[in-house]
Design a binder for this molecule. Sequence first.
Ligand code: C2E
Ligand code: MG
Ligand code: MG
Length: 464
Amino acid sequence: MVLALTEDQSEMQDITELSGNGIFQLRVRQAILAAQHSIKQVGLLLIAFDNPGNPLTAPDDHATEFSEAMWMRLRNVLRDSDTVVRMNGGEMAVLLPSVNGPEDVVLVANKILSKLEEPLCIEGLQMQVRPRLGIALFPEHSTNANILMQRADLALTVAKQKRNPYVLYSSEHTRVSRAPLRMSELRQAIVADQLFLLYQPKVNLKDGSVTGVEVLTRWQHPDLGLISPDDFIPVAERTGLIIPLTLWVLQQGLLQCRAWNNMGLDLSVAVNLSMWNLESPELPDQIQGLLKNTGVPPERLELEITESAIMGDPQRAMRTLTLIRDLGVAFAIDDFGTGYSSLAYLKKLPISSVKIDKSFVLNMEYDRDNAVIVRSITDLGHNLGLKVVAEGVETFESKEMLKAFDCDEAQGYYYSRPIPAYALTKLLTESATTLCRHVETAEDLSKVSAVIGGTNGATLGSKV
Ligand code: C2E
Ligand code: MG
Ligand code: MG
């Protein structure tokens, strides 16, 4: 069915707040029709936010305020003839009906990014906004409105995966097409044993010993292949499946921890929690039950939470955290530096460590600002009596800088990618000491990688 806007509708305020994907598609079709008779092109931008209060993960007052603020910012930065809509699922879409080519759209994308990235204050809390943009153009990327939308969506997925501010669609992207993840499939994945766990070691920077491992979940989809948690955790969160998924991860991770401890490997396991887990009143009892059933001492379990997970409902999160901490379980703030910068709040939380987000660590040897941030977070963490862990340590140089900053622990590809339990066991029993106590050069690392047949988590399909 082809719908047409009436004269009145087409003349209503030019930047129009429309809700729903359907009406936006109609606008795209109309823009394409108009552009077919001119030398102009049509630009389509889809925007998602890696933020606390992201409407995808927090359907509460903060999310509404956040979405409203973003929409206002977009309106202010765009021309009257452009269309901006809030899409179902919390994303936003922008239609540029008349552009000269990709350069124009990239220019607008950069304007949008710098406007959206301005810090935002909701209920007295400062938050950093991290938008991701996926871009597609008519006629370059498709002459069909539906396909154009799909391609902008695909570019957005790539932007999220690569953590790029924006990505312009390319035919290359078709191969990494976004998995059409459905709730029923994810539920099935849990019962059909399609999820599996990888483990990534955390290393004490002072003596090189492996102190523990982070448990990271993967989905081996029968048709789509290996799916990253960045793709399926949001689906699990939207559908409530994150609760059984997390309990499964906790159970498997604790069983593995016990197996390692029984072998004499002195490791603890760290499991990621999402905001929804913290809002579940049963969580403390469930964790207590899992610890009892698996026979793992509570101090061997660490739970990683992000700042945004706590800020969904800070009071409730605080109560849950305290109950679990009282069991003897430790908490770490994950991805520190990317969410709310409520340092005062950090002090009140019952946490024992902070993990500096990898975006600051990855290129700290070249980027002075990032090095300053890493050093400051380390000092801040220590001043608050916390252990400081750096994630995303890929190079000898960054490891050395972290040691000089007096950072406590490091996690990253320099030591090992996330790998299956059997590979880590092998590494720890045969060459762990080589890896973590004596590996000081890239050559040493490659020797160790050879022992376990390469430490590339992405190529590992075995279940744990
Ligand atoms: P995270 O908790 O911050 O985990 C660290 C991520 O950084 C992992 O990505 C890991 O593979 C990656 N990483 C580690 N070292 C390096 C490095 O040196 N360089 C680079 N470039 N990356 C490195 P992964 O496994 O894709 O997980 C992504 C995120 O998905 C995790 O971030 C976590 O937030 C979430 N996640 C994974 N498993 C679970 C889970 O079971 N439950 C929940 N709620 N979230 C999970
Ligand atoms: Mg983590
Ligand atoms: Mg992290």
